[in-house]
Design a protein around this ligand. Structure first.
Ligand SMILES: Cc1cc2nc3c(=O)[nH]c(=O)nc-3n(C[C@H](O)[C@H](O)[C@H](O)COP(=O)(O)OP(=O)(O)OC[C@H]3O[C@@H](n4cnc5c(N)ncnc54)[C@H](O)[C@@H]3O)c2cc1C
Length: 389
């Protein structure tokens, strides 16, 4: 049986889910508030478990080609030489046949996922800012700000941190600031940078960079959260980066007034209890968020998409076998409640490990706690996210 499914939000979670569902034969529509796909953005660090879902989506060759893969994490000390303290083999949490890590330009990832979703048959509607959600016995209706109404058999809120769908459902749990803010710049890659290096010590809590292609990387500096004016970004980054040395000298030289710089606060949350109400489920940052201290947010969003699609497939198979009309485009409320319940049960414990450890790692830095067992924390996260979803 196939269903008519609405998805709010065309980020990694929404586009990944749309592809899985459209491939399974469902009629899928994505409502995205942006007027058009963005061509601008920064970089993203994707770990093996994210790559594993991208491979399942059939886009690994394109992702591999667009990004920059590596298996090593460098630790360096601030100073003119940027002395290398350690080169640690990164855990291949997606399995031995995938790189440990891949950096890429975010808009490239979104483009690849969008093209894949559309070629699977999902319909993308831009400029559709969802404002209200209402449910009746066998459908859910979505209202957009400019008066459009769309009716579906089930709906998924993949609308990110400040999810309007979550708010409409009255699900408690909103992102809270963790106390850190991050400056990021997208610049040319110094030739010597072939993997992520992290610098601890110096004026920033973390100074790091991640190559995103042969030509590019994104560099980041984490500080105490504060209200910052983006126009001051290049000067602030130059100042914060001044003592780090090594490849930072070449990165810093590119941070002139025309540099592509952005500033974001770190947040965290996770929904306690069910990640759904009635015919509506939540995925990705709408359900949970974490500071990017372990770089697992997009991986969790993609994993949510894979698991939710599995559970919806089970509903479709069961409803098809129930003898009811195969033309029906709405799953029964009871079968959806079971499927969404299984989805929450499969995802919540794993996401909680990631969220809590990401926050803990940041808190150790904020507290100046040098006794925190960072390798132990990383091992715990790696053990959990290595398990297939
Ligand atoms: C500074 C920073 C750095 C990060 N770095 C990494 C990293 O290196 N690696 C990693 O794995 N994760 C990282 N993350 C986390 C990662 O970005 C998120 O977890 C991931 O993007 C979540 O995807 P999503 O699809 O759930 O939400 P989003 O990507 O936020 O997508 C939500 C979409 O919904 C749309 N939308 C919102 N409201 C509405 C509405 N009312 N109607 C219609 N559409 C709507 C938005 O326009 C958006 O397109 C980072 C996060 C931050 C803040």
């Amino acid at each position: 049986m196939s269903f008519t499914i609405g998805i709010v939000g065309a980020g990694a979670a929404g586009l990944g889910l749309a592809t899985f569902l459209a491939d399974a034969g469902h009629r899928v529509e994505i409502l995205e508030r942006a007027e058009a796909p963005s061509a601008l953005g920064s970089g993203i660090t994707l770990q093996g478990n994210a790559l594993r879902v991208l491979r399942r989506l059939g886009v690994w060759p394109q992702v591999r080609q667009a990004g920059y893969a590596f298996d090593v994490l460098g630790l360096r000390a601030p100073g003119p030489e940027a002395t290398v303290l350690a080169r640690i083999d990164d855990e291949k949490v997606g399995g031995p046949d995938l790189p440990a890590t891949l950096g890429m330009y975010r808009p490239d990832l979104t483009r690849i996922l969008r093209e894949r979703a559309e070629s699977a048959g999902a319909v993308l509607r831009y400029g559709a800012n969802v404002e209200a959600v209402e449910e009746d016995a066998d459908s859910v209706t979505v209202h957009t700000r400019d008066g459009i109404r769309r009716r579906y058999g089930l709906l998924v809120g993949a609308d990110g941190l400040h999810s309007r769908v979550r708010e409409c459902l009255g699900v408690p749990g909103v992102p809270e600031r963790t106390g850190m803010g991050i400056w990021r710049a997208f610049v040319r890659r110094p030739a010597e940078v072939t993997h992520t290096d992290l610098y601890y010590g110096g004026p920033a809590y973390i100074a790091g960079y991640c190559p995103t292609s042969e030509d590019t990387l994104y560099a980041y500096l984490v500080e105490d959260v504060q209200d910052r004016d983006l126009a001051d970004g290049p000067a602030i980054m130059r100042e914060l980066a001044a003592g780090y040395g090594g490849p930072w000298d070449e990165i810093r030289a590119q941070l002139d007034e025309s540099a592509r710089v952005n500033y974001t606060h770190f947040t965290s949350h996770i929904i306690d209890g069910d990640w759904f109400r009635g015919r509506v489920a939540l995925v990705g940052d709408a359900a949970h968020s974490c500071p990017p201290t372990i770089a697992q947010g997009a991986a969790m969003a993609l994993e949510d998409a894979a698991v939710l699609a599995d559970e919806i497939a089970q509903v479709a198979a069961a409803d098809a076998g129930s003898g009811e009309s195969s033309a029906a485009a709405a799953p029964t409320a009871a079968s959806l409640a079971e499927a969404f319940g299984r989805y929450t049960a499969r995802r919540a414990p794993r996401a909680r490990v990631v969220v809590e450890n990401s926050v803990r790692l940041g808190q150790w830095m904020l507290d100046g706690n040098r006794d925190g067992d960072v390798p132990g924390l990383m091992r715990e996260v790696a053990a959990v996210v290595s398990a297939p979803v």
